[in-house]
Design a protein around this ligand. Structure first.
Ligand code: NCD
Length: 347
């Protein structure tokens, strides 16, 4: 996607990084997601916006929520879906990454949602295939749709139009977190101030250019935070062991009920999942009243609908959101319901 809009700078659109979107592009996605969220509350949760299109999830790494939410999003837009998982594929017979994605592309898919344990793979795949490529997480690099759904969740929970004035702490294994990288960009673009809270070994070697503060003391910063965004220790991405003791880490950087009691009155807790309960987050906090964790999961669907629609939809299919000929039944789109706002709308 191009900076500030949902259309790409190159001839083919893509969503590889939050940087592709800019502030305008993020707001476009938020507005579309608002409209799609209403679709998800109807009795028939489907619109024909991407009828005839096909979306492949191409995951070389495990996933629960990201894959399921992309597939649900595609289905609710009436697109066909195709699922590729590395396990059980011809990769085990020695087929290369390039041959694998070119094979999927040759079947005529319109979009590939790509996850890989190596940073940069979706960008490389984008050069090889005709399909539109969406980064669903590449190594420790970026996870743009997670940042978009987190931003949407925060805007929703506070009923605000941007994040200015909010102080957001991202706590834990920042060094290996693609979620942290995308969220620092998205939260910063929407006006939040971000503080990274971690032991030195869990921070990137070089933070030059990151628009963040850094702290090694959760107890010190906690009372000033409006949002506490907890991260999992991503052991699968660690080359060397970076932690002398999980127990000690948990005591200093974990969020248990006592520590959570020292948060601001209306401060919230977020986590991208999967959680390691009892390590970075106590069950009582994860399931408690401050937690937005299940809202994040739920919001993944309308936000990914918005992303797919921005990349694959057209003005004609946008119109189809207002009148769904296939669902002229209770719960189908009603007259006068708001259409998604886009930059080219006159208002
Ligand atoms: C994250 C990921 O895969 O980067 N999870 C997700 O997509 N919801 C975070 C993680 O794995 O810890």
């Amino acid at each position: 996607m191009a900076r500030g809009s949902a259309i790409s700078l190159s001839s083919k659109p893509a969503l590889l990084s939050i940087e592709d979107l800019g502030v305008g592009g993020i707001h476009d996605i938020m507005n579309l997601a608002d409209a799609f969220e209403q679709v998800n509350t109807r009795a028939i949760r489907r619109v024909p916006a991407l009828n005839g299109k096909s979306v492949a999830t191409v995951f070389f790494e495990n996933s629960t929520r990201t894959r399921l939410s992309f597939e649900t999003a595609a289905k609710r837009l009436s697109a066909e879906t195709m699922t590729f998982s590395a396990g059980g594929s011809s990769l085990s017979k020695g087929e290369s990454l390039r041959d694998t994605v070119e094979t999927i592309d040759a079947m005529g898919v319109d979009a590939m949602v790509v996850r890989h344990s190596c940073a940069g793979v979706p960008t490389q795949v984008d050069r090889w295939v005709k399909a539109v490529v969406i980064n669903a997480g590449d190594g420790s690099h970026e996870h743009p749709t997670q940042a978009l759904l987190d931003t949407f969740t925060l805007l929703r929970s506070r009923q605000i139009g941007d994040l200015s004035g909010l102080r957001i702490g991202i706590v834990g294994d920042i060094a290996h977190s693609r979620v942290a990288r995308s969220n620092v960009l998205a939260f910063g673009l929407l006006g939040a101030s971000v503080v990274l809270v971690a032991p030195p070994t869990f921070l990137p070697m070089d933070l030059t250019g990151w628009p963040v503060e850094v702290s090694h003391d959760l107890d010190k910063v906690l009372p000033s935070l409006d949002v506490v965004y907890m991260l999992r220790i991503q052991a699968e991405r660690m080359v060397n062991d970076r932690l002398p003791s999980i127990r000690e880490y948990s005591q200093r950087f974990g969020l248990g009920p006592e520590r959570a009691d020292r948060m601001k009155k209306d401060a919230v807790v977020m986590h991208p999942g999967p959680m390691n309960r009892g390590v970075e987050l106590a069950a009582a906090v994860a399931d408690g009243p401050r937690s937005l964790i299940l809202d994040q999961v739920a919001n993944g669907v309308p936000v990914r609908m918005a992303v797919l629609f921005s990349l694959l939809g057209s003005a004609t299919s946008l119109g189809s959101l207002r009148a769904d000929p296939g669902s002229a039944s209770p719960g189908g789109p009603g007259e006068g319901e708001p259409a998604p706002k886009r930059e080219d709308d006159s208002e």
